[in-house]
Design a protein around this ligand. Structure first.
Ligand code: CO
Length: 186
């Protein structure tokens, strides 16, 4: 399997750089984002992940595989209130957040990252709802995507990578578990 990327860790200063826009959507770029997607799918396959010693991930940004371009993949399944499985699959080129809710959300278990092996405890407050403009490599169109809750958290985490930002940058150093009463806890 060709998709076993070597993940760039946060000790590498390249992860702190701003990524370049993709100037042209080429077949190579589409292959790359599809490979990033496949990596996430495989990482969620317990047998495959343990055999190849890779961590489970729900999102991946190109700088994490050594490519300093604005490309992200997000993949996970979630169950709605009625018990229906929803597959969230984003393969985005040049994603840009164009709208952010004032309402905030945070994960009660904090966030993790394939590039970060050390534990960083604390809450990360994100916008509960966002709109992202991007080239969607699944539909081959420029689109506006609306995301809420966990999906919005993951997208913001990945888009942060494109600006050299890591999740723990957002943790309040003096009070990592500070609770904002108005924020939604997931
Ligand atoms: Co990350």
């Amino acid at each position: 399997m060709k998709n076993i990327f070597k993940i760039v860790k946060d000790s590498n200063p390249n992860l702190r750089k701003r990524c370049e826009e993709v100037s042209e959507i080429t077949p190579e770029i589409i292959n790359l984002v599809n490979d990033m997607h496949e990596y996430l799918v495989l990482s969620q396959d317990e047998k495959y992940a343990s055999k190849h010693n890779i961590r489970e991930g729900v999102g991946l940004a190109a700088p994490q595989i050594g490519i300093n371009k604005k490309i992200i993949a997000v993949y996970f399944e979630e169950e709605d209130e009625e018990g229906n499985i929803r597959v969230v699959d984003h393969r985005l080129i040049n994603p840009k957040i164009i709208l952010e809710s004032i309402k905030e959300v945070y994960l009660s278990g904090g966030e993790g990252c394939l590039s970060v092996d050390d534990e960083h405890k604390g809450y990360i407050y994100r916008h509960f709802k966002i709109q992202v403009k991007a080239y969607n490599a699944i539909t081959s169109k420029e689109e506006i995507i609306t995301a809420r809750g966990y999906e919005a958290v993951v997208l913001q985490h990945e888009i942060d990578h494109l600006n050299g930002v890591l999740f723990y940058d957002h943790i309040n150093k003096k009070d990592p578990f500070m609770v904002k009463e108005d924020a939604i806890r997931l």
